[in-house]
Design a protein around this ligand. Structure first.
Ligand code: AMP
Length: 372
């Protein structure tokens, strides 16, 4: 295992908020940051020592990133797999490219989760709409049809209540092959962020309960309000998946919790995750610090939660009202990512509130009217 030390340079593919928060964590310890992003003024570019401004699949730019960096990581999964694969031949990419290939494609992802022994919803793969019609009885209704590629935050998927709805799924096939999976009547959504170094040492962060609005993460509540037995099952499933994939770095495992406290894995993200942002304030090691430790070949720190907390996302439409009230809330830790344009539904920042009374804090958040 190679050890990367302060003073050396960490290259990040992708200059969004996840890269920025990774970069800030690394800079605290004295690492230098190089970032590849098509925008000059990206959230991570603003804090980086070296900016390479080019598309993610620009071969020369990837080579340049490799030349200036002692280790390379990435902050989102929709980077160019072939480019990352080539880069890993000429530069140190401890995470490899395989995890990106798998998580870019729901079909491969589902197969790998299943192969790890973790539970997934009953599903079928369909290359075409006619194949979907032929196979749908194996899943039944209600079900959700999802494109293999490019779906996020609820995009590229439709729910079918009955056979009468089947034609709603037809347009998805112009995009790619699809999977159809049984609708899971979950009571809670949770995520486990597991982090692993090249030696195979791994830890889960305290598990977050996630509340979505319009398919976008709205609030993360930690610890998740679920039974101890659910926590144990969730961590066990995340560890199975991480070990099966020989994870290095960070994997966010999104899960459903059913009425009977069984869990079903929904999907994976091979990077720090929005539902782990609370760890910046509320843990002895944030998901970003731990990610840097993992890719730099450092021993990992056992995560500890200082206080229960609520993280609430700040989208474009929330920025102006948030600024009006933030002075009244000294206990709110406000993070804004430096994005120039506050477009509606665009993730602009988040607020973390450490609290002894989760329920009261949830009511307080609602009563500001910012997120209604
Ligand atoms: P995804 O893009 O797969 O994360 O799905 C976005 C959201 O859709 C999830 O967070 C769930 O709220 C919902 N969802 C996705 N798959 C299912 C399912 N099989 N059953 C019920 N809800 C689902």
């Amino acid at each position: 295992m190679k050890t990367i030390l302060p003073g050396q340079t960490i290259g990040i593919i992708g200059g969004g908020q996840l890269g920025r928060m990774m970069g800030l964590a690394a800079k605290e310890a004295g690492f230098k940051i190089a970032v590849l992003d098509p925008n000059m003024d990206s959230p991570c570019g603003q804090i980086a020592d070296i900016r390479i401004v080019a598309p993610y699949d620009d071969e020369a730019a990837l080579e340049e990133l490799g030349e200036v960096s002692d280790v390379i990581t990435y902050e989102f999964e929709n980077i160019d797999y072939e480019g990352l694969e080539r880069l890993s031949q000429i530069a140190y990419v401890p995470q490899g490219a395989e995890l990106v290939r798998i998580t870019q494609n729901r079909i491969a992802e589902k197969a790998e989760i299943q192969a790890s022994g973790a539970p997934v919803a009953n599903y079928v793969v369909a290359e075409s709409f006619s194949e979907l019609i032929a196979k749908i009885d194996q899943v039944g209704f209600p079900c959700i049809v999802k494109t293999a590629y490019g779906g996020y935050d609820g995009k590229g998927q439709v729910k079918l209540e009955s056979a009468n709805d089947l034609e709603l799924a037809e347009p998805l096939f112009t995009h790619s092959a699809c999977i159809a999976e049984a609708f899971v009547p979950f009571k809670t959504e949770i995520s486990v962020i597991i982090q692993r170094n090249p030696e195979g040492e791994s830890y889960c962060l305290p598990i977050s309960e996630n509340i979505h609005k319009h398919h976008i993460l709205h609030e993360s509540i930690v610890p998740a309000r679920v039974a101890e037995a659910v926590i144990a099952k969730a961590e066990e499933a995340a560890k199975k998946i991480a070990d099966h994939l020989e994870l290095v770095g960070t994997l966010a495992v999104e899960m459903f919790v059913l009425e009977n406290d069984e869990i079903v894995i929904n999907e994976l993200a091979p990077r720090p995750h929005n539902s782990g942002h609370y760890s910046i304030e509320a843990c002895n090691v944030s998901q970003f610090h731990q990610h840097i430790r993992a890719v730099c070949g450092w021993p990992l720190r056992k995560p500890r939660l200082w206080a229960s907390s609520v993280m609430v996302n700040v989208l474009g439409e929330h920025v102006v009202p948030l600024k009006k009230v933030v002075m009244n809330h000294p206990d709110w830790s406000i993070h804004l990512y430096g994005k120039a344009e506050a477009k509606e539904k665009r993730k602009m920042g988040h607020v973390t509130i450490m609290t002894e009374d989760i329920e009261k804090t949830l009511v307080e958040i609602d009563s500001t009217g910012i997120w209604s």
